[in-house]
Design a protein around this ligand. Structure first.
Ligand SMILES: Cc1cc2nc3c(=O)[nH]c(=O)nc-3n(C[C@H](O)[C@H](O)[C@H](O)COP(=O)(O)OP(=O)(O)OC[C@H]3O[C@@H](n4cnc5c(N)ncnc54)[C@H](O)[C@@H]3O)c2cc1C
Length: 484
C-alpha cells in the first residue's frame, strides 16, 4: 500500500486525508499542536467554550458535498441550525441592521434604508447566484495549473466581472453607505479590500444572503470532529504534538519527514501547514518560491482576538455582530495601505451562547471578539490591553449595558500567537488574499515545482482562504495525486 504523510491537521489536511484514505493510501497526519483542526481549535475554560478561529459557517452545500463523497451527510455527524438573524451590523447606537434568513426579508429591510434598493438587491443576487453556480461547478475545484481553467462559456460572457471590482459594482447600484458596507463585507473573507477583489467574487453575497449563516451545535469544532471520525473510519492515523522539522528528500524526491529524531518514510508528502513555513522545511535550493516572492504578496489580515467569559447574559447582541460604526475605509487602509494599528477599529463579536447554550454555563455568555489588523504588526501586552479597553467601551456604549465588570476572564491571541502556534507567515490569520493577481493559476502551486511527490494544500494555495475552500483544496490535491 502506498503511504502518504500529511503535515498539519487543518481542514485542508483532513479533507486530503479522508479522500486519499478512501482511494487506498495509508495516510498518517502529523500535527504540531496537541489538538487537531488547525486554526479551528477550541479553547475551553470553566464551562465556557470558544471556537478560536472560524465561527461563520457559510456555503453549507460544500460541507454536504464533502460528506456525500463518502456516502455520508452532515447530519450523520452534527446538528446544523440556520441562524435568524444570520448576523447583525451595528452602525451606531440604536442603529442596528439585522440580516435575516431569507432574501425577501433582507430586500424588505434594504427598502427601508434606500428606496428601490430591495428590487436592485434581488437582481444583484440573481447574478451573484449565477456566479456562485459557475464558481462551484466549474472553477473552484480546479487545480490552478492553467489560465484555461478560468475559461468557460459563462466566464467568457461575463469577462467584465474580472475586470471590474466588487466596490465599483456595489457603488454603482447602491447609494446608502450602510448598504454598501453590508454588500462589501463578505469579500473580507477572501482577505483583500473590496476594490482589490474582482466583481466575480460577488458570489460571496449569494453565499451570505442566499445560502445563509449556519451554526453547528457545539461550535465549529464539530466539523473537525466529524472529519477526524470519518478519517479514522477510513484508516487514517493521527499524531498530535508531532511538529515536523524537516522534509526528507533524495535526488529531488520527497521520501519522508523528520519529527524530532524520528524519520517517517512515505511515498508522498502533503503539507497543509502555511506554504512559506513548509518550504522552510526543505533545503533552500529545493524551495519553489523566494523570500522576495512572499514579501510581494498580499496576505489576508492577522487579528487581535479576545476570548471572554461573562457572568451574565448580554442584551442587544445576536450570535454574530459586526461593529461598523466607524470608517470602514480608514480601517482597511491600516491593514493594506499603511500597515499600522487602526486608530478606530472595526470589530466583530461572536456570541455563540446566545443561540447555543452548550457554549457557556447557564445564565452566562461566551464572547469572542475579533479586530482584523495588518499582518506582522508589533504585538505587545500593552497594545492588546489598549484595544481590549477600546472595544469594551464601544460595546458598552453601543449596546447600552455594562460588560467590563461582568468579565470573569479574558484570554487574548494575536500576531505572535499565530506565528508560534501555527507557523504562520507574518502572523496572517487566514492565508493569502484572493486578489485578481492572486487568483486560481496565479496562486502558489499545489504541486512542488522542484521536489517530486511533494504537494501543498490549504489557504495559501488554491482556491484560497476559508473553511469551505480548505475542504475543496484537500479534495483537489487528492485528485491530482490519485484521480477519483
Ligand atoms: C480568527 C480566524 C477567524 C476565521 N473565521 C472564519 C470563518 O468565520 N469562516 C471561515 O470559513 N473561515 C474562517 N477563517 C479561515 C479558516 O479558519 C481557514 O482558512 C482554514 O481553517 C485554514 O485551514 P488550513 O487547512 O488551510 O490551515 P490551518 O488550519 O492553519 O492548518 C495548518 C495546520 O498545520 C499545523 N502545522 C504548522 N506547521 C507544522 C509543522 N511543522 N508540523 C506539523 N504541523 C504543523 C498547524 O498547527 C495547523 O494545525 C478564520 C481564520 C481565523 C484564524
Amino acid at each position: 500500500m502506498r503511504k502518504i504523510n500529511i503535515i498539519g491537521s487543518g481542514f485542508s489536511s483532513l479533507s486530503a486525508a479522508c479522500h486519499l484514505a478512501k482511494r487506498g493510501f495509508q495516510v498518517e497526519v502529523f500535527e504540531k499542536n496537541s489538538s487537531l483542526g488547525g486554526r479551528a481549535r477550541q479553547f475551553q475554560k470553566d464551562g465556557f467554550t470558544f471556537d478560536m478561529g472560524p465561527s461563520w459557517y457559510w456555503m453549507p452545500d460544500v460541507f454536504e458535498r464533502f460528506f456525500a463523497g463518502f456516502g455520508k451527510q452532515v447530519s450523520d455527524y452534527y446538528e446544523l441550525e440556520r441562524l435568524d438573524p444570520g448576523y447583525q451590523v451595528v452602525f451606531g447606537k440604536d442603529e442596528v441592521f439585522p440580516v435575516h434568513n431569507s432574501i425577501e426579508k433582507i430586500a424588505d429591510r434594504f427598502e427601508l434604508e434606500e428606496k428601490g434598493s430591495g428590487r436592485k438587491l434581488v437582481s444583484f443576487l440573481n447574478q451573484a447566484k449565477r456566479n456562485y453556480d459557475v464558481a462551484i461547478e466549474d472553477l473552484v475545484y480546479k487545480p490552478g495549473v492553467s489560465p484555461l481553467e478560468l475559461i468557460t462559456p459563462v466566464t467568457i460572457k461575463n469577462a467584465g466581472l474580472f475586470l471590474t471590482n466588487v466596490r465599483k459594482q456595489v457603488e454603482r447600484d447602491f447609494k446608502s453607505p450602510k448598504l454598501r458596507s453590508l454588500l462589501q463585507f463578505p469579500v473580507l473573507f477572501l482577505g483583500a479590500k473590496p476594490e482589490q477583489t474582482p466583481a466575480f467574487y460577488n458570489f460571496m453575497n449569494y453565499a451570505d444572503f442566499g445560502l445563509g449563516t449556519w451554526h453547528p451545535k457545539g461550535g465549529m469544532i464539530q466539523i473537525v470532529n466529524a472529519m477526524v471520525s470519518l478519517g479514522k473510519e477510513l484508516g487514517v492515523s493521527f499524531h498530535t504534538d508531532a511538529p515536523v522539522h524537516e522534509i526528507i528528500t533524495n535526488n529531488k524526491k520527497a521520501t519522508g519527514i523528520r519529527v524530532g529524531d524520528t524519520i517517517h518514510h512515505a511515498d508522498i508528502i502533503i503539507s497543509g501547514a502555511d506554504y512559506h513555513h513548509t518550504e522552510s522545511l526543505l533545503q533552500a535550493s529545493l524551495r519553489g518560491y523566494s523570500e522576495a516572492y512572499w514579501k510581494k504578496k498580499v496576505f489576508a489580515p492577522s487579528s487581535l482576538l479576545f476570548y471572554v467569559g461573562i457572568d451574565k447574559k448580554l442584551d442587544n447582541l445576536a450570535h454574530h455582530n459586526l461593529f461598523f460604526d466607524v470608517d470602514f475605509d480608514k480601517h482597511a487602509s491600516s491593514i493594506y495601505d499603511t500597515p499600522e494599528w487602526p486608530k478606530e477599529p472595526l470589530f466583530y463579536v461572536n456570541l455563540p451562547s446566545s443561540s447555543d447554550q452548550s457554549m457557556a454555563p447557564k445564565g452566562k455568555e461566551a464572547c469572542f471578539i475579533l479586530i482584523p489588523i495588518a499582518p506582522d504588526l508589533e504585538d505587545t501586552q500593552a497594545l492588546r490591553d489598549k484595544y481590549y479597553n477600546i472595544v469594551l467601551t464601544r460595546m458598552e456604549e453601543l449596546t447600552n449595558q455594562s460588560i467590563r465588570e461582568h468579565v470573569l476572564f479574558n484570554k487574548s491571541f494575536c500576531v505572535l500567537d499565530f506565528v508560534n502556534d501555527y507557523n504562520s507567515y507574518k502572523g496572517n490569520a487566514y492565508g493569502m488574499a484572493n486578489t485578481l493577481t492572486q487568483t486560481a493559476f496565479l496562486r502558489p502551486k499545489l504541486k512542488s515545482k522542484k521536489v517530486k511527490d511533494l504537494y501543498f494544500t490549504g489557504q495559501l494555495t488554491v482556491p484560497g482562504p476559508g473553511v469551505p475552500p480548505a475542504l475543496i483544496s484537500g479534495n483537489i490535491v487528492a485528485d491530482m495525486i490519485a484521480p477519483n
